[in-house]
Design a protein around this ligand. Structure first.
Ligand code: ADP
Length: 401
């Protein structure tokens, strides 16, 4: 099947056109600066040069029109007719408590997505815009929603409830949801394949480390806990997000600095994390360069980042009562030998021993632990778009039966 995968943000749309039979992206690209006079579309058809188009793209409907136009273009396109798009898979950030898997988008589903806007005010409105825009151009093509939260939908109450009055959970659905579900799910399945065992017999910790990052404890195929919570702010130290902190700090800083809710939110989401601690950069590559040059604050940020991952790994081993594999993925997890080394240092007593040579040379999916390591350490390239495409195919086929 040919699936168009769309990831719609407030001012950007990323897309991939995937042939699921060969699990291959025939084209990929993105539109940035939607709503501005100089929006930029970059499009890369498989095996051909990347092209760039700059122009005015005022909204998501026009943006999708552009995406379809480049896919159909005689010079840069990969299809001759819109009917060659069998289905569209949309990444949707927040499914709330309503979705534990991917779904065919119906009017009813759209209503529920709107109800969940309050839970993800920055993401869900953009996802909804992307779906509506696509429906207007491809009214007869099935649209599927794949949720970041769905994979974590079966966590037990002791992992998803917070220690606040239960009424607040009832009234506002305040609970842990978790994110990056498509990535955690993809690398879990890949890890099981690499270990040659059924995934529902394994205890796996997945560390998705990109600009945002989260860990998940996957106990025999079920995500039983994950570090992001009610929003993506909780858990690990991230590029610009604080992750875990004493909640009292929020009210204290608001009082001391005279910040309102919006400003405090921005401080924790945009000006904290690696950039906040280091004052240098939110980008791990740049931070590692600064550490190598002897920058002390950059070193503090790096240590805080890796120490927190280490603490989560320890706690998730305890939560699952054992571990078969620790997986590193995402831009940092896949590429930073230094981060993997720091996280895995002195973990032999927990059954984790990194092979330093393999760690240094790992560029593809591979086991980077020593032969004696009781639990395996795996470096796996994530592919969220492929998961969305495969889910979309499965649901469409199910509905065609
Ligand atoms: P996003 O969460 O936006 O999808 P990515 O998964 O692409 O982000 O991860 C981006 C992060 O990966 C950045 O902090 C970047 O510095 C880091 N990264 C990429 N390559 C390397 C590398 N070779 N060494 C260390 N960090 C890297």
């Amino acid at each position: 099947m040919n699936i168009l995968v769309l990831n719609s943000g407030s001012s950007s749309i990323k897309y991939q056109f995937i042939d699921t039979d060969n699990q291959d992206a025939l084209a990929k690209g993105q539109i940035e600066r939607i709503g501005m006079s100089s929006a930029v579309l970059t499009h890369t058809p498989k095996g051909k040069e990347k092209i760039k188009i700059v122009g005015e793209i005022l909204d998501h409907t026009i943006a999708i029109e552009y995406v379809l136009a480049v896919l159909l273009s005689p010079n840069h396109g990969v299809i001759k007719d819109k009917s060659e798009i069998d289905a569209v898979g949309h990444r949707v950030v927040h499914g709330g408590e309503d979705f534990s898997g991917s779904v065919l988008i119906t009017n009813k589903v759209m209503e529920v997505l709107k109800e969940n806007i309050e839970l993800a005010p920055l993401h869900n409105p953009a996802n909804i815009k992307g779906i509506k825009a696509t429906q207007s151009h491809l009214p007869n093509t099935p649209q599927i929603g794949v949720f970041d939260t769905a994979f974590h939908a079966n966590m037990p109450p002791h992992a998803y409830l917070y220690g606040i009055p239960y009424e607040l959970y009832r009234r506002y659905k305040i609970r842990r949801y978790g994110f990056h579900g498509t990535s955690h799910r993809f690398v879990t399945l890949k890890a099981a394949e690499m270990l040659g065992k059924p995934y529902d017999e394994l205890k796996i910790i997945t560390a998705h480390l990109g600009n945002g990052g989260s860990l998940a404890a996957i106990d025999r195929g079920v995500s039983i806990d994950t570090s992001m919570g009610f929003t993506p702010l909780e858990g690990l130290l991230m590029g610009t997000r604080s992750g875990d902190l004493d909640p009292s700090i929020v009210t204290y800083v608001m009082g001391k600095e005279g910040l309102d809710v919006r400003e405090m939110n921005a401080l924790l989401n945009k000006h904290s994390g690696l950039i906040g601690v280091s004052g240098e950069s939110s980008d791990m590559r740049e931070l590692e360069e600064a550490v190598a040059e002897g920058d002390k604050r950059a070193k503090n940020a790096f240590d805080l980042f890796t120490y927190r991952i280490k603490k989560y790994v320890g706690s998730y081993i305890a939560a699952m009562g054992g571990l078969d594999a620790l997986v590193f993925t995402g831009g940092i997890g896949e590429n930073s030998t230094e981060v993997r080394k720091a996280v895995c240092s002195n973990m032999k007593y927990l059954g984790l021993e990194l092979d330093l040579e393999k760690n240094n040379s790992a560029k593809e999916d591979m086991d980077i632990s020593t032969v004696n390591s009781k639990a395996k350490i795996l470096r796996i390239t994530t592919n969220e778009e492929l998961v969305i495409a495969l889910d979309t195919e499965e649901i469409v086929k199910g509905h065609l039966k």
